[in-house]
Design a binder for this molecule. Structure first.
Ligand SMILES: Nc1nc2c(ncn2[C@@H]2O[C@H](COP(=O)(O)OP(=O)(O)OP(=O)(O)O)[C@@H](O)[C@H]2O)c(=O)[nH]1
Ligand SMILES: [Mg+2]
Length: 451
């Protein structure tokens, strides 16, 4: 089965089984269509002058992007090969308004971004089935406001769309990356062994000696582990541009993984399915936690109702028997003989009314006081709805906590009472059976692709 058919199968399954659950809990599902739109995307990000444009030019075998020592590029450039169907260059206004392309969401960043984004249509065979996005280099967070748009948020949005993210660092600035990259922390993989994010330490020919290189490498590793919270270190490609490097004798033994890196980027098309599965994994894990917490709250609500009803029933019974006994004791003559054989004899009317009032008061006690108190307590401590026994679960919870609070507030008492376990079961079945099956099929596919 080819990639496209595999993608369609995953899409259709989610649309049919899980999409109604997402919408039932007011959760966005537009990411599903968005992640299938257009061609696989490779996003190249990093500090200014880290060598992004140089690497792209080298990959394409042509001078598409300007390069230079100072911050050179202040624009986002989508580079692809669309043949004759598009002009050589498309301005931001057209790019962002084209519904066939996945960039319409960037409209919200306003005019300043529109004048800082464009598409270049180049005759590169590598880009027939993919697109590369070159980005302006990160400078430091204080200059963010000078750009006129929320640069880090744009990077975050593009990183969410991209099927492969190349993060480039250079040895001079390897220690100052944390704040800048914190914006993409949310899209960095939570599980080991995934390779959508490719880390590159570039321009290593500029290190004076081995200890200089090791220092830069170590400081980069430290920053990455702080940023991702992961203890295992993903592979960091150590590279330099053979054309730009001022090679000396010391470089004879220097590591150079440029070719491996280029091969990896060239194979980005196969990353689309990985990316879709990663998105599905992330989003269904969030959905599962929302379902779980809402089901837990509904169980608490039902238990509270049962408990209140038990006391109301007891009060109704006591009131009924006591008032009946009192009527019998104080008004034996008046009540006898009016309608002696009827179930609705007058001596029962007062006790029954009192009992009914006790039941009604029980409902008001529940809905007007006890439920509100439970809701209040839960809103102050929504963590009581889920078990947060691992970093993985804590991470998911941090992303859905506000949404759970909103659902608690927005949903009616009736919705809380009627929330069944069905949705949770459905999502769990999808994660345990279908998603697992897709992962193993993708694993087999990747195995086959290995040289
Ligand atoms: N010595 C050496 N120089 C490099 C290497 N890669 C790039 N350069 C040079 O470093 C400078 C910056 O490279 P660019 O490719 O423009 O960097 P960039 O990341 O695109 O920079 P911005 O667009 O400003 O963010 C250029 O003058 C390149 O010639 C390398 O591996 N070794
Ligand atoms: Mg550049």
């Amino acid at each position: 089965m080819d990639d496209k058919a595999f993608q369609r199968e995953i899409h259709d399954k989610i649309k049919k089984n899980i999409a109604p659950v997402f919408t039932g809990f007011d959760m966005d599902i537009s990411w599903l269509e968005a992640s299938m739109k257009w061609k696989p995307l490779v996003l190249v990000i990093g500090g200014y002058s880290s060598g992004k444009s140089t690497l792209i030019n080298e990959l394409l075998g042509m001078e598409v992007q300007r390069t230079g020592q100072a911050p050179t590029d202040d624009s986002f450039t989508v580079i692809t090969n669309e043949g004759n169907s598009l002009p050589e260059e498309i301005p931001g206004s057209t790019l962002i308004n084209d519904p066939r392309l996945p960039f319409t969401g960037l409209k919200s960043y306003g005019q300043s971004l529109i004048s800082h984004i464009c598409l270049k249509n180049v005759p590169s065979s590598l880009l027939e089935d993919s697109a590369i996005i070159d980005t302006p280099g990160m400078i430091d967070s204080t200059t963010e406001r000078d750009r006129g748009y929320r640069y880090l948020d744009v990077i975050g949005d593009l990183a969410g769309m991209a099927d492969m993210i190349i993060m480039m660092f250079d040895p001079h600035k390897a220690g100052t990356i944390r704040e800048n990259f914190s914006v993409i922390r949310n899209i960095l993989p939570e599980r080991a062994g995934e390779d959508r994010v490719v880390l590159v330490l570039s321009r290593i020919d500029e290190c004076d000696n081995v200890s200089d290189l090791i220092r830069s490498y170590g400081s980069l590793c430290w920053n990455i582990s702080q940023m991702t919270g992961r203890k295992d270190m993903p592979h960091i490609y150590l590279t330099y541009s053979p054309k730009e490097a001022r090679l000396e004798e010391k470089h004879a033994e220097w590591p150079q993984e440029r070719e491996e890196l280029k091969k990896k980027i060239s194979g980005s098309q196969s990353m689309r399915v990985n990316h879709i599965l990663e998105n599905v994994d992330r989003k269904t894990a969030e959905l599962e936690m929302v379902c779980e917490s809402m089901y837990r709250f509904s169980t608490k609500t039902r238990r509270l109702l049962a408990n209140t009803f038990k006391w109301a029933l007891l009060a109704a019974l006591v009131l009924f028997l006591a008032s009946f006994a009192l009527i019998k004791a104080y008004f034996p003559d008046q009540t006898e003989g009016i309608l002696p054989d009827s179930l609705f004899s007058t001596e029962l009317i007062l006790p029954a009314t009192l009992a009914l009032l006790a039941l009604i008061s029980g409902w008001f006690w529940f809905s007007g006081f006890r439920f509100k108190r439970l809701l209040n307590q839960t809103q102050h401590n929504p963590e009581s709805l889920v078990s947060l026994d691992s970093d993985y679960r804590r991470n998911i919870w941090s992303r859905v906590r506000n949404h759970v609070l909103e659902l608690l507030r927005k949903r009616s008492l009736k919705q809380h009472l009627l929330q069944s376990r069905g949705s949770l079961n459905k999502v769990r079945r999808f994660i345990r059976e279908d998603l697992k099956k897709y992962y193993s099929r993708m694993g087999q596919k990747n195995e086959k692709l290995k040289p």
